[in-house]
Design a protein around this ligand. Structure first.
Ligand code: HEM
Length: 220
């Protein structure tokens, strides 16, 4: 087997591990965000956001998280380009038709999520660390990040943008989870149906969980 084969295998390993790590972040981030719906006073959410924003371990971990996003996206783009370049040589009609429909769109849904992430970080994370919270978010500034989220989700266009991107996030995760196990070589036929099912449940829970937040805030 060629060294190109091994190097793309290593890339798939790295990408899968980074992806599973990002999935765990998505679950933690979702749990904290859902506090906004559970406690209307925003106390619980703000306490959690304050803890995440001041705890030294989490502060350091945040850079590992950003590294995880960067590695996942970079390696994903490289693998996709390699795949496109290799396709005409070993085009195999049967193999292509057997690919899951969603797997063909991983790069597209991934790019949409990456663009969303830049806008999302600009809207919340950058405002938080620079302390430049807009006036409409009240005089408590970064101490009341919950109010900033609520004010943003009062805008229909903003809510629509979130809902559309989060649907794409759900599709991305649906294929990603089982694909990560395949890339790690943990694709024993005995467990694959279970992993595919678990991936779908996670994609639905995460996708719908995030979508619920802007929708509930907007329609309240
Ligand atoms: C309803 C959906 C979402 C809401 C309300 C939300 C809210 C927030 C808020 C308020 C922050 C600022 C940090 C803080 O106060 O703790 C933040 C940061 C962040 N968000 Fe989101 N978020 C949502 C969805 C997402 C999604 C889908 C992703 C990833 C694809 C994401 C990735 C991040 C990252 C990487 C940060 C910076 C790290 C951090 O501070 O935890 N968020 N988000």
């Amino acid at each position: 087997m060629s060294s190109t084969f091994y190097s793309s295998l290593t890339k798939k390993y790295v990408m899968s591990l980074a992806g599973l790590f990002l999935l765990s972040f998505l679950l933690v981030h979702l749990s904290i965000n859902l506090l906004l719906l559970l406690d209307e006073s925003r106390g619980l959410f703000n306490e959690a956001a304050h803890f995440m924003g001041t705890n030294p371990f989490i502060q350091t971990f945040q850079w590992v998280l950003f590294g995880g996003f960067a590695v996942h996206m970079l390696v994903g783009v490289i693998l996709q380009i390699q795949n496109w370049m290799a396709r005409p040589k070993r085009y195999n009609k049967k193999a292509v038709s057997e690919e899951s429909y969603l797997s063909k769109f991983m790069i597209h849904t991934g790019i949409i999520i990456a663009v969303f992430l830049v806008i999302h970080l600009g809207d919340f994370f950058v405002l938080k660390i620079t302390g430049q919270v807009p006036e409409f978010a009240g005089h408590h500034g970064t101490e009341d990040m919950g109010l900033l989220v609520i004010e943003k989700f009062k805008m229909g266009g903003y809510v629509l943008f979130y809902v559309i991107v989060l649907i794409f996030l759900g599709f991305h995760l649906d294929h990603a989870f089982q694909s990560a196990f395949q890339s790690l070589g943990l694709n024993n036929p005995k467990y694959m149906p279970f992993l595919k099912g678990l991936g779908r449940i996670l994609a639905i829970v995460i996708g719908l969980g995030y979508i619920l937040i802007p929708l509930v805030i907007y329609f309240k």
